[in-house]
Design a binder for this molecule. Structure first.
Ligand SMILES: [Zn+2]
Length: 250
């Protein structure tokens, strides 16, 4: 049990390390397999020097060569990913749902990095995770359930595309990012059509107060919606809300 806790936390920290690299380099078309280098002196980090705990206790968060202080944000990302992986294991145990949950967390961390820094959601990331979810769902739901989820993905994509089209006509400017619309396929896949639709509303509720705060703090009002969508996907998946529960509430 405790061993599993450590395992999932460490796998999360290791994954978080790669999410930082992929999220930073993929949008710039850089090689994602090159080792990390110090921004100041180009020192090539040894693999163990990337582990947050080692970097902090041995080098007090500095480059081993030039003693330049390392950026804390990627290290926090790593620890946070570790924490979320651990949480997935605690909630779902060893199950198909665990693999879905780990996929959602990974997608969330990657999109947070790319969308906050570059305002984009790279297609490569979406395609990769769609395939990943499809494989897990195929084994979990069987062929018919699998086809149902694909149709649900297409349905949700269509709905969001229509919303984007309306928004563009009404506001006469781009209201939603293309990445947000494409991501709806993933939502239909993971949540099914009804809960998938619900997730759009939930994310708007989360996004509203945060957006107002961001807009009051800085002048440009470009707000990445992707992370809010994924937080609501994660919440609804963790709460295991399904369609029958929704109909009971109505
Ligand atoms: Zn250095």
């Amino acid at each position: 049990m405790i061993l599993y806790f450590f395992f999932f936390f460490l796998v999360g920290v290791g994954s978080g390390f790669y999410f930082n690299i992929i999220g930073k380099r993929l949008p710039n078309g850089e090689d994602i397999f090159e080792p990390e280098r110090c921004e100041n002196c180009e020192y090539e980090f040894k693999w163990y020097e990337n582990i947050p705990l080692i970097s902090f206790f041995k080098e007090s968060g500095r480059c081993p060569k030039c003693r330049n202080k390392l950026d804390i944000v990627p290290i926090l990302n790593e620890l946070f990913t570790g924490f979320l992986f651990l949480l997935c294991y605690i909630v779902f145990g060893i199950s198909y749902d665990l693999f879905i949950a780990l996929g959602i967390v990974s997608l969330l961390m990657l999109i947070v990095i790319t969308d906050l820094n570059y305002y984009i959601i790279p297609d490569e990331i979406l395609v990769f995770f769609n395939f990943y979810f499809m494989i897990v769902l195929f084994f979990q739901l069987g062929f018919n359930g699998f086809v149902g989820r694909i149709l649900s993905g297409i349905f949700l994509f269509g709905v969001m595309y229509f919303v984007m089209f309306l928004g563009d006509v009404i506001f006469k400017k781009e209201s939603l990012g293309g990445g947000d619309v494409k991501m709806m396929f993933t939502f239909g896949l993971v949540l099914g059509p009804v809960v998938g639709l619900l997730s759009i509303f939930v994310s708007s509720f989360i996004a509203l107060p945060v957006s107002i705060l961001i807009m009051s703090l800085k002048k440009d009002n470009l707000i990445p919606f992707g992370p809010f969508l994924l937080i609501s996907l994660l919440l609804l998946f963790f709460m295991q809300i399904d369609t029958s529960m929704l109909f009971h509430m109505i």
